[in-house]
Design a protein around this ligand. Structure first.
Ligand SMILES: [Ca+2]
Ligand SMILES: [Ca+2]
Length: 207
């Protein structure tokens, strides 16, 4: 039986109505060609939603000038492009909100995304993703060559995923679609999904 071996903490599918479902799914996983060790750390230092300039350089940077400006979108692009498991972190002083301009690219390679949380209760995430009425926030998927199975995401708030009827704050591909092969063993922990910044109510426009 392909039942889940354990249900622990926090996969959260945040519907627009603010429904928050927390669990960790661990299930029999297909082989992952990109297990540890980690190879790259991409550190997001911008709240913009701009694409990476070049996926050939292994550097998360959207700025053509001397500055290095790394957005979440660019970090995902680079983590996908670089072989092996990578880490995405954040150095956004005081936190802030990333408002998506379009759906983020699907995460197709193993990655650990580590958000930041306040040090005092209620330990709310300091980096927030406003899905901006798009259907998805983060999207773990696979392609013919790589998979985001065994990824981890922690310490993020994702809200306002809303495609008109429903939305998914963090989607873990169940498979069955062309180019959207199933992933497994993705851990979502310490994330607030589908709620407002304070965690006091729904984070979408429909409720
Ligand atoms: Ca680059
Ligand atoms: Ca990678």
């Amino acid at each position: 039986m392909l039942a889940y071996r354990s249900l622990r903490t926090a996969i959260i599918v945040g519907l627009a109505a603010g429904i928050v479902l927390c669990l960790r799914i661990t299930q029999p996983a297909p082989g992952n060609a990109h297990a540890a060790p980690m190879f790259n750390t991409f550190t997001v230092n911008s709240l913009l939603d701009t694409a990476d300039l070049s996926l050939l350089d292994g550097v998360c940077d959207v700025d053509p000038g001397p500055l290095t400006t790394c957005t979440l979108r660019a970090a995902i692009q680079e983590a996908n492009a670089q072989p092996g498991a990578d880490t995405i972190g954040f150095t956004i002083v005081g936190g802030g909100t990333i408002t998506l301009l379009s759906i983020l690219p699907p995460i197709t390679d193993q990655v650990t995304i580590t958000g930041t949380t306040a040090i005092a209760p209620p330990f709310q995430p300091q980096v927030r993703i406003n899905a901006n009425d798009l259907a998805l926030g983060l999207w773990f998927s696979s392609n013919a060559l790589t998979t985001s199975s065994n990824s981890i995401v922690s310490g993020l708030l994702v809200r306002n995923a809303d495609a008109g009827t429903t939305g998914i704050a963090i989607r873990i591909a169940p498979g069955g679609g062309v180019g959207d092969l199933a992933v497994s063993n993705v851990t979502v922990t310490g994330c607030w999904l589908g709620v407002n910044d304070a965690g006091t109510g729904a984070g979408g426009r429909r409720t």
